[in-house]
Design a protein around this ligand. Structure first.
Ligand code: AGP
Length: 603
C-alpha cells in the first residue's frame, strides 16, 4: 500500500515529488525516499526511515533535477529502515526503482540470476532492480527489453517506476494489480499510485491495465501491452479541487471527515433521489439486481461492516436474500452459490486487493457485479459491470468514517430503488425523510463533542480492552465501533452480539472493563439492557448509547430517533468521536495509526 510518484520534464521535480508524497502519505508512512537526476550519471538518492517531513528535512538544495521518482512505504518485505526504503538501486548504481506490491518469486529469481550480487536490503524490490541491471550488463539487452523481460519474469503484484542514470530523460513504468496512473502535461509527464499526488500539476490521467509497461519522457508516452505491443489507454480528467485535499481548520483529517458526513448524506439524497423521493439508478443495474436469487456483499474492514448493515436494508426493503462475505476468505473458500447470484463490492478506495481477487474470480464464472466506491476509475470500479459512486470526497484518514455512512446510505437508496421496482407496497419507508433525519441527527451528535471527549477520558484513559455490544443493526454497528477504537487508540476492542457474551466471552469482564451498549431497536432494547446488567454485576464500566424513544435517565448518549434499520448512521458517530478523543488522549497519531495504511493493495 505504498505511495509512488514520478515526474519528468519539470525543473521543480524535487518539490513535485515531495508534495506528491505528502498527499500519498496516508497510503503508507514508515519510510520514504526520492531519486532526482541532475543529468547524465549525476543524481541524488535521499532516503529516510520516517515520514515525509523527515525526508523533506533530509533533502538539500543541490538535490534538484527535472526528472525523479519518489516513494512512501508500508513495509511488506523487511522492517521499516533506511536500507529497505525506496528507491532501491542496482549494485552498480545505475538503476533506481520504486515499487508498490509483493513479488512472490523474488527469492527464486535472486538464486537464478543474482548469485554474484550482494544485496543491501531485505526487499523484493532490490531483486527486481538488480535483475534489470543484470539483463542489461550480461545479456546485452536494451534497457527497455530488460525492463519488459524483468516484468515477465516476476510473479505477483507491482507498480514499478525506474530511472536509468545513464539515460535520465525517461521513466520506465510497469503495472500489475497495484494501482498506477500516468499524469499528462503539455511540457511534462508524471506517474503516480493515486491521482491525489499530481493534482497540483495536472488533472489529466491515463489508466494503465494489468501487464502494461510504458516509457514516458517530457514529450512522449509509449504504452505496451502484455505482448509488448503498442497500445492506447483511456485518458480521463479528475475533477477534485485542491481544498478537498487539505485539513482546513481541523487538526486531523479524521475529524474533518467525521464533520463532513451530514453534507455527504445530503448530497447522496440529492444525487440518487428525485423530487418525488424515488431512488434513481441505472435501469440495467436494477434489472439485473431484481433478477438475483441472492445478493452477495464482498468487502473488507469497515466496508464489510457497512455490508452487514446493508443486508437488513436490502432484505427488508427489497425482499432479496443477502449474504455478506469477507473478501479475503470468500475468494479462496467459495460456498455453494445461489443459481443467479449478483455480487456487490463495497470499497472506499476501489483498490483493495482482497476484494479485487474475488471480482476477477466471479467475472471468470460469468456472474454480474457492481462496485460501490469512493474513487472513480479505481480498479474495482473499472473492472465491475456497474459502478455507483459514494461522492464522499477524498477520505484521507486511515480510519474510515464518512465512507462507512455513505456506503450504508447508498445501499439504502439502492434497496429503495429495488423496492420501487419489485413491490412498492412491501413496506412503508420514506427514505427521503429518514435520510434527512439522519443527516440532522449526525450533526446533533457531532455537536456533542465536549461530552464525548469527557466520556473518552472517563472510560478509556486507563483500560487495555473494551467491548461494544448490541443486537441486530446495533450489533453490526458495534463491529464498526470496535474497529474504530482499536485501529487508532490500540485499545483491544471487540464488537459483540449482546446475547452472545454470556456464552464464554463474559469471562473477560473485570472491574472497570468498559462495555458500551448500542440500543436503538424496540424489539431487543430490554434484552440488551439485561445483558448490561450481567456485565455490571461483574464490575464492567458501562456506557449506553440509546435512541431517544428508548432512552432512560442514566443513558450517557442519546441519539435522535430514526428507523432502526438506519440507526448505525447515528450510533457510529459517538463511536467515531470516542475513538478520536481516546487516541488524542493517548498521544497517538489519529490519521496515521501504526502498522496500517489507507488502501490495502496486497493480499
Ligand atoms: C477501516 O477504518 C480501515 N481503514 C480498513 O478496515 C478499510 O475499511 C479496509 O481496508 C477496506 O478498505 P476499502 O473500503 O478501501 O476496500
Amino acid at each position: 500500500m505504498c505511495g509512488i510518484v514520478g515526474i519528468v520534464g519539470r525543473n521543480d521535480a524535487t518539490e513535485v515529488l515531495l508534495n506528491g508524497l505528502e498527499k500519498l502519505e496516508y497510503r503508507g508512512y514508515d519510510s520514504a525516499g526520492i531519486y532526482v537526476s541532475q543529468g547524465l550519471n549525476k543524481g541524488s538518492l535521499v532516503k529516510v526511515k520516517g515520514k515525509i517531513a523527515d525526508l523533506r528535512a533530509a533533502v538539500h538544495q543541490e538535490d534538484v533535477g527535472n526528472i525523479g521518482i519518489g516513494h512512501t512505504r508500508w513495509a511488506t518485505h523487511g522492517q521499516p529502515s533506511k536500507a529497505n526504503a525506496h528507491p532501491q538501486s542496482s549494485a552498480d548504481g545505475r538503476f533506481y526503482l520504486v515499487h508498490n506490491g509483493v513479488l512472490e518469486n523474488y527469492e527464486s529469481l535472486k538464486a537464478q540470476y543474482l548469485n554474484d550480487i550482494k544485496l543491501q536490503s531485505q526487499t523484493d524490490t532490490e531483486v527486481a532492480v538488480n535483475l534489470v541491471a543484470t539483463l542489461v550488463q550480461k545479456e546485452k539487452m536494451s534497457v527497455l527489453a530488460a525492463w519488459q523481460k524483468m516484468v515477465q519474469l516476476v510473479k505477483g503484484s507491482y507498480a514499478f517506476v525506474l530511472i536509468d542514470r545513464e539515460n535520465p530523460q525517461q521513466l520506465y513504468v510497469a503495472k500489475n494489480k497495484s494501482p498506477l496512473l500516468i499524469g499528462t502535461g503539455a511540457t511534462f509527464n508524471g506517474v503516480c499510485s493515486d491521482s491525489l499526488a499530481l493534482l497540483n500539476v495536472t488533472n489529466s490521467f491515463i489508466e494503465l491495465h494489468d501487464g502494461d509497461t510504458a516509457v514516458i519522457s517530457s514529450q512522449e508516452i509509449k504504452i505496451f501491452g502484455q505482448k509488448n505491443e503498442a497500445v492506447k489507454r483511456k485518458t480521463y480528467s479528475v475533477t477534485l479541487n485542491q481544498d478537498d485535499l487539505g485539513k482546513g481548520t481541523y487538526p486531523y483529517y479524521m475529524l474533518k471527515e467525521i464533520n463532513e458526513q451530514p453534507a455527504v448524506l445530503r448530497f447522496l439524497e440529492k444525487t440518487y433521489l428525485n423530487e418525488t423521493g424515488k431512488a434513481v439508478f441505472d435501469s440495467r443495474l436494477l434489472d439485473q439486481l431484481a433478477q438475483a436469487e441472492k445478493i452477495y456483499f464482498v468487502a473488507a474492514g469497515t466496508s464489510y461492516h457497512a455490508g452487514l448493515v446493508g443486508k437488513a436494508l436490502i432484505e427488508k426493503l427489497a425482499q432479496i436474500p443477502v449474504s455478506v462475505e469477507l473478501a479475503s476468505e470468500f475468494g479462496y473458500h467459495l460456498p455453494i452459490l445461489a443459481k443467479n447470484p449478483f455480487f456487490i463490492f463495497l470499497s472506499q478506495s476501489g483498490e483493495t486487493a482482497d476484494s479485487r481477487q474475488v471480482l476477477l474470480k466471479i467475472k471468470k464464472l460469468g456472474y454480474p457485479s457492481l462496485t460501490i466506491t469512493n474513487v472513480d476509475h479505481s480498479t474495482l470500479s473499472r473492472e465491475a459491470d456497474f459502478t455507483v459512486l459514494l461522492h464522499a470526497g477524498p477520505e484521507i484518514a486511515v480510519a474510515s468514517t464518512k465512507a462507512y455512512t455513505a456506503q450504508i446510505t447508498v445501499v439504502a437508496l439502492l434497496a429503495q430503488a429495488l423496492r420501487q421496482k419489485l413491490d412498492p407496497d412491501v413496506i412503508n419507508f420514506d427514505l427521503k425523510q429518514q435520510l434527512s433525519l439522519a443527516a440532522n441527527g449526525i450533526q446533533t451528535l457531532i455537536d456533542q463533542q465536549e461530552l464525548i471527549e469527557q466520556l473518552a477520558k472517563d472510560y478509556f484513559s486507563k483500560t487495555r480492552n473494551a467491548f461494544y455490544i448490541g443486537r441486530g443493526q446495533d450489533y453490526y454497528a458495534s463491529r464498526e465501533a470496535a474497529l474504530k477504537l482499536k485501529e487508532i487508540s490500540y485499545i483491544q476492542t471487540e464488537g459483540f452480539a449482546a446475547g452472545e457474551l454470556k456464552h464464554g466471552t463474559i469471562s473477560l469482564i473485570e472491574l472497570g472493563t468498559p462495555v458500551i451498549a448500542l440500543i436503538t431497536d424496540p424489539e431487543t432494547a430490554d434484552l440488551t439492557r439485561g445483558n448490561l446488567k450481567e456485565v455490571e454485576a461483574r464490575g464492567a464500566h458501562t456506557l449506553t448509547i440509546a435512541s431517544e424513544n428508548l432512552a432512560q435517565s442514566k443513558d450517557q448518549i442519546i441519539v435522535p430517533q430514526i428507523d432502526p434499520l438506519l440507526s448505525p448512521l447515528l450510533t457510529v458517530i459517538p463511536a467515531q468521536l470516542l475513538a478520536y478523543f481516546a487516541t488524542i488522549q493517548r498521544g497517538y497519531n489519529v490519521d496515521q495509526p501504526r502498522n496500517l495504511a489507507k488502501s490495502v493493495t496486497v493480499e
